[in-house]
Design a protein. Structure first.
Ligand code: CP
Ligand code: NVA
Length: 307
């Protein structure tokens, strides 16, 4: 096995490594704006495996790998039938002979762990049903751009306890902030992660069923679709439960006056967030989407340095 690191959970990186990677993301953003060329992936081909649709992840990885001097190859389920046509272990070992690294977006988190176990190249998680670590790096980069710090903020997530919520809970085990999850009784995130945050001695994680109490004094208010990819059959049931947690102007009056609003996108406008808020003065959702590119270029550069 060649020495390498993976990025499957944001807390696969230590607190110091997260901060180092975010500093690099800021630097890469500045250097891209001044058209500087840096090519740590020169001569490498990276595989991008997608079993779910994507706009941001697909395009930001393809563009980012190209800008770092590498070559991306887009791979769909139809072609490789990961885990069906042959074992994940066999596919991992073969792909390791061709590729410099793999980004994978799929349903089963266990499949990504299995791929990483048998591959001897870096594996980057581009979203599973369990978490979405690249997204959370771009999110916290956006928080830093607006507040000049990562820590000592009150961050409220409103809506479905899902892969985004779980990644925030993984980040909260490394960086220190108050993380409030405003959600219904039966749309909770992974409660093991909530316990892990509260035992980490770094952050506090709070489940709040009252939307006003959840938002009160928050610096960052975050939401995501109520029904994630692969769960669209639950959309009506979740919408009924989560309607009180809709991010709208009335509820945002309770947030800190300088709050920002984030959404990983794609948004279902009029459901989890209103047009007035997503297009309003507190919304940073397009900066956040842009930061996917810079944060991921930093993650890939960091992984290359660890080879
Ligand atoms: N936020 C995000 O991951 O978007 P895509 O599903 O379009 O990649
Ligand atoms: N929770 C959403 C995030 C999309 C980027 C989903 O998994 O569909």
């Amino acid at each position: 096995m060649r020495p390498h690191r993976d990025f499957l959970h944001v807390n696969d990186f230590s607190r110091e490594e997260i901060i180092e990677t975010l500093a690099l993301a800021r630097e890469l953003k500045d250097r891209r704006n001044s058209h500087e060329d840096i090519r740590p992936l020169a001569g490498q081909t990276w595989g991008l495996i997608f079993h779910k649709p994507s706009l941001r992840t697909r395009i930001s990885f393809e563009v980012g790998i190209g800008e770092l001097g590498g070559h991306p190859v887009y791979i769909t389920e139809k072609e490789i039938e990961l885990g069906k046509r042959e074992t994940i272990a066999d596919a991992a070992q073969v792909l390791s002979r061709y590729l410099g690294g793999i980004m994978i977006r799929t349903f089963s988190h266990a499949d990504v762990i299995e791929l990483a176990k048998y591959a001897d190249i870096p594996i980057v998680n581009g979203l599973t049903d369990f978490n979405h670590p690249c997204q959370i790096m771009a999110d916290i980069q956006t928080v830093h751009e607006n507040f000049g710090r990562y820590e000592d903020l009150r961050i409220t997530y409103l809506g479905d306890g899902n892969n985004i919520t779980n990644s925030w809970l993984e980040l909260a085990q490394e960086l220190s902030f108050e993380f409030v999850i405003g959600t219904a009784e039966d749309t909770l995130p992974d409660m093991k992660l909530v316990d892990a945050v509260n035992k980490s001695g770094k952050s506090r994680a709070i489940i709040e069923h009252d939307p006003v109490a959840a938002v009160k004094g928050s610096h960052v208010v975050y939401t995501d679709v109520w029904a994630s990819m692969g769960q669209k059959d639950q959309a009506d049931a979740k919408a009924r439960k989560l309607q009180p947690f809709q991010v709208n102007e009335k509820l945002m009056q309770h947030a800190d006056k300088n709050h920002i609003v984030l959404h990983c996108l794609p948004a279902e406008r009029g459901k989890e967030i209103t047009d007035a808020v997503i297009d309003g003065p507190h919304s940073k959702v397009f900066d956040q989407a842009e930061n996917r590119l810079h944060a991921q270029k930093a993650i890939l550069t960091f992984l290359m340095e660890k080879m």
